[in-house]
Design a protein around this ligand. Structure first.
Ligand SMILES: Nc1nc2c(ncn2[C@@H]2O[C@H](COP(=O)(O)OP(=O)(O)O)[C@@H](O)[C@H]2O)c(=O)[nH]1
Ligand SMILES: [Mg+2]
Length: 585
């Protein structure tokens, strides 16, 4: 199926043409039929000579109903530009064409109708000339009269050729179904309709309502009046939603694949049309079937920041248009460059931002996005419309490679600085480093740890070059001097305190490898354990605690933990009667 919208001045024969092609009535409302004028969108479809199906979104031509027209053409990538042979090009022909051009609609046909009332030649020539300077410059033109039937076979053939030229839809893309109608069906509940431009819908799918973020489930699907278990793009669809009151959803809202779209009320855009400086402060932004007031802040000659009256599910690269409803003027097309732009609070930020925007084209680009954001989660990139590939630095965090290297250097410097400022602490706590580096997640600090840095028990240390603080080093030298000839005697707690060796100093000395801790307040010089083992090996085996104590010339206070340490190391073995043997002796 392909979907095409009509466009053109009121009374130029759009609805009559759709009726003639489809045999269906596009003017759904009694008031429309009474007044003979389209007010709201109409929907009809037919089979083409090739066997393919074309669905029409018939739009109102009257200038009062341009917002309805825009809701219809917004999600549809092809248009029939309809001009009456007897009236020729008119003001709403101009505004509708400007809207299609602003949205970048590149597929369509020029159809001159009412060809039974006047020579279609001048209207064809005028129309082609107008289209020549727009996104629709390459279209075919057909003259028809639905009243006489003249030209209709040629138009059907032209529709088939148009269908063949349309790009294939991406059916594995996430769904963003802009709602153009919502109504209640007795016994079924809420139904919304829209043009599915990409992706696939299935019964039982869970979707998200853009406006509220609420999850909803698809209860039933219809396309072209028939029920389906699944519908793939491109298609007109009616979606029956389970348990959703009708007033929670209406035109301009959207049904979304969960987690694939963000909702933003702040975006930076490129403008095609009026210069940014000439735009009024407030305009209407039209995108998909939505129309939202936007405050415009020009940044560069063709770039601006838009603050929307309500958030929309927009992605980088989306096309939209800005319109001044008071002047019936399409101010220009919009290409979304950034859906999560940085604040502009600092002096000079706007100028700097304009420079950045001048380099963007709305094509999602991961390396560029990482360069600008430096650190960003995969899920956030996806919700901006930036495809994620390559490897995260940790978890779902992606980093700009240069920034990541720079952070690694800063981490090393912060660890060194922390060691200087807190010499007795066993390294810098990860949380302190996270704050110092201004990182959003501790996992990032941990991922930055590289040799010679080491992560241990929630702290980062430098494994080499960690000099012992001067006073501790001095105290250890005194211990060494005092106990050189009685290596198995440990200084008493009071002596340790005299030397200035409290628990933290002892910890630092132990980590530096200059003291060996047997138990709280029981320290020996390193090497004492191996020496002790050599002494014990000379005893008659097995030996008692008391024999060991005497051989080593020490007290129970040292001997007990020393033997336990040797047991743990497997150097000695404790027997059932509490005596020990030196293993291998
Ligand atoms: N003679 C003639 N009248 C037409 C033709 N197409 C439309 N009309 C009439 O022109 C008027 C406007 O047509 P309509 O389809 O409502 O125009 P729309 O506003 O563009 O949808 C209606 O009275 C139609 O009957 C045509 O090809 N020949
Ligand atoms: Mg009409």
């Amino acid at each position: 199926m392909f979907v095409v919208a009509t466009a053109g001045h009121v009374d130029h024969g759009k609805s009559t043409l759709v009726r003639a092609l489809t045999g269906m009535e596009p003017d759904r409302w009694a008031e429309e039929r009474r007044r003979g004028m389209t007010i709201d969108l109409g929907f009809a479809w037919t089979t083409l000579p090739s066997g393919g199906t074309v669905a029409f979104v018939d739009v109102p031509g009257h200038e009062r109903f341009v917002p309805n027209m825009l809701a219809g053409v917004g999600p549809v990538p092809a248009a029939l530009v309809v001009v009456a042979a007897d009236e020729g090009w008119m003001p709403q022909s101009t505004e509708h064409l400007a809207a299609l051009d602003a949205l970048g609609v590149a597929y369509g046909l020029l159809v001159v109708t009412r060809a039974d009332l006047a020579d279609p030649g001048p209207a064809l020539a005028a129309g082609l000339q107008r289209l020549a300077s727009t996104s629709l410059r390459a279209v075919d033109a057909v003259a028809v009269s639905p009243v006489t039937g003249a030209g209709l076979p040629a138009l059907r053939a032209a529709l088939d050729r148009l269908a063949a030229r349309l790009p294939a839809p991406t059916v594995d893309a996430p769904v963003r179904l802009w709602v153009d109608r919502s109504f209640t069906v007795r016994g079924s509940g809420t139904v919304v309709t829209g043009t599915l431009g990409a992706g696939r819908l299935r019964v039982d799918d869970e979707l998200e309502i853009a406006g509220t973020g609420e999850p909803v489930r698809v209860r039933g699907l219809h396309s072209l009046g028939a029920p389906h278990a699944a519908v793939a793009a491109v298609a007109r669809v009616a979606v029956n939603l389970r348990g959703t009151p009708r007033d929670t959803l209406g035109r301009g809202d959207a049904l979304l694949t969960p987690g694939r779209f963000g909702r933003t009320d702040l975006l930076d855009v490129r403008l095609a049309g009026d210069p940014a400086g000439d735009l009024p402060a407030t305009l209407m932004l039209h995108v998909g079937s939505a129309a939202v007031a936007a405050r415009v802040r020009p940044l560069g000659p063709d770039t601006a920041r838009l603050r929307l009256a309500r958030p929309l599910p927009l992605l980088v690269g989306d096309r939209a248009l800005l319109r001044d409803p008071g002047r019936h003027h399409v101010a220009g097309g919009v290409t979304v460059l950034d859906v999560a732009p940085p604040p502009l609070s600092r002096r000079g930020a706007a100028t700097a931002r304009a420079t950045v925007l001048s380099t963007l084209d709305g094509r999602p680009d991961l390396p560029g996005e990482l360069r600008r954001r430096r650190l960003v989660r995969a899920a956030d990139l996806t919700r901006m419309g930036v495809p994620v590939h390559g490897r995260p630095v940790t978890g779902d965090w992606y980093a700009d490679p240069d920034h990541w290297r720079d952070l690694g250097g800063r981490l090393a410097r912060e660890v060194a600085r922390h060691a200087r400022e807190h010499p007795l602490e066993p390294g810098a706590p990860v949380e302190v480093l996270r704050q110092r580096l201004g990182l959003p997640d501790r996992a990032l600090v941990e991922a930055l740890v590289r040799a010679p840095l080491r992560l241990h028990a929630g702290r980062v240390t430098a494994t080499a070059g960690d000099a012992l603080p001067e006073p501790v080093a001095r105290a250890v030298t005194r211990v060494r001097a005092a106990y050189a000839d009685q290596p198995f005697r440990a200084p008493e707690a009071a002596h340790l305190a005299d030397l200035g060796l409290g628990p933290r100093e002892i910890g630092a000395a132990v980590r530096a490898g200059v003291l060996l801790k047997l138990a709280d307040n029981v320290v020996l010089l390193p090497g004492a354990v191996d020496d002790a083992l050599r002494v014990l090996a000379t005893l008659p085996q097995p030996f008692t605690l008391s024999a060991a104590r005497q051989a080593l010339g020490t007290t129970r206070r040292v001997a007990v933990p020393l033997l336990e340490l040797l047991d743990r190391r497997g150097a000695t073995r404790r027997l059932p009667d509490d005596a020990r043997v030196v293993v291998g002796s």
